[in-house]
Design a protein around this ligand. Sequence first.
Ligand SMILES: Cc1cc2nc3c(=O)[nH]c(=O)nc-3n(C[C@H](O)[C@H](O)[C@H](O)COP(=O)(O)O)c2cc1C
Length: 229
Amino acid sequence: MEGSTLKKYPFKPLSTYREYPIGEMRARLEEFYESVNRRRTVREFSGRVVPRDIIENALRAAGTAPSGANLQPWHFVVVSGAETKKRIREAAEVEEREFYEHRATPEWLAALEPLGTDSNKPFLETAPYLIAVFLQKYGRLPDGRKVKHYYPVESTGLASGLLITALHQAGLVCLTHTPSPMRFLNELLDRPLSERPFLLLVTGYPADDAKVPDIERKPLEEFTSFVED
Ligand SMILES: Cc1cc2nc3c(=O)[nH]c(=O)nc-3n(C[C@H](O)[C@H](O)[C@H](O)COP(=O)(O)O)c2cc1C
């Protein structure tokens, strides 16, 4: 945005902050870790209905994510209509077939092999919700001027992480799906080209007999270092 000075926000006391005694801090984190450690990506969904207010509240949680310059550069499209889900499935499977048969490098296919994924995506029609996450490269002021967004990838990633965690907290499951490329989502969901499809979160209850790959998570020591001097 050119030649404009944004007004400084009024400042207010940090009344939302809560401090906990150390013991309670530990207990809260233990409980939180126990919960998020049970989250798994699911690829077999039940068609069971999920009330829309549950999804709305999970999205509210996602909308609390920090973002570069507080520009909140994301948009979520919640799809529950059978016709649109079918169109998304058809378009995604076209891209996925192209990916598995031609575009994917041998290394990429080798990395996917243990997960057993393929170009068939029935869950795009079975699951009650497809939440398409869009990243906004820039926003618009009411007078139409462009506002550059800072760190939109990082910000939208954080909002998506919160959304996945919120859905898990509610007892739902999701699949972080990234048919590549995903531009077809702009057309099918009528989103402007200034928005980049970021993720398609397939959301609902797991199928009764859902199975997940028996993967392992790196232990803390393997992905963390501490610098204490
Ligand atoms: C950015 C991103 C893209 C992903 N894309 C796909 C995908 O297109 N299809 C799929 O089946 N899983 C996809 N996944 C899910 C991962 O395979 C999954 O998170 C990983 O195997 C770890 O399993 P977990 O989520 O159960 O811990 C994606 C995950 C992320 C974070």
